[in-house]
Design a protein around this ligand. Sequence first.
Ligand SMILES: C[S@@+](CC[C@H](N)C(=O)[O-])C[C@H]1O[C@@H](n2cnc3c(N)ncnc32)[C@H](O)[C@@H]1O
Length: 200
Amino acid sequence: MSTIPLKSLVSDPEVLRRLLEGSGISAPEEEGEIFAAWESSRRFLSELIPRSGTLLDYGCANGFLLRCLQEWCPHTIVPYGIDIDAGRIHEARRMFADVPENFCLVSPDDIVREGGFPREFDLVYWAVGDNVDFSEAANQRWLRTIYELTAPGGRFVMGFYQSAEANQAKLAVLSALGMTFAEVVQNPSSSDELAAWIDA
Ligand SMILES: C[S@@+](CC[C@H](N)C(=O)[O-])C[C@H]1O[C@@H](n2cnc3c(N)ncnc32)[C@H](O)[C@@H]1O
């Protein structure tokens, strides 16, 4: 078995709708707009991948974002994913049937449970949940642990998908904690998504 071509995944509206729901977003009602809406919310992330290498999507859901980034980015992405949702990890392993071992189920208070899973990646992407409050010490420790999965010379990218105000508020807390990003990138297609990166 090998990785499923993206074209065949997105050509069936029902499959696409399921994939988006499995990625944690509700698809718009209008069929023709489903993939366009997803693409306009995520494609800007592909610009933040500077070179070929391993990419860990921390909170990878069903792997659909990774699969799309492989398509949108000119560099070769070796996909890795971690999630706490067993069903979504199962789907990600089906999506990347040639490298199922690259997808790891963790418990909420664990980062990587399975032996043999790499401890460092060329790029680590973390889409921060809306409910994560970085003024809490536990979340600061969590952030550090995820950041430390970035290989020396690699890139750590944080994504924020809430609202322009809420995203800026999260950045302000991180900045007050001393985190200095190399760049903060607003999704040019929407004010709801923003990403910020730092090179390790
Ligand atoms: C909105 S989806 C993000 C999917 C994809 N990364 C993206 O950016 O579109 C968030 C995922 O994070 C996972 N998640 C939540 N808490 C987690 C934790 N403590 N460790 C790992 N994954 C977690 C959820 O199960 C969910 O699949």
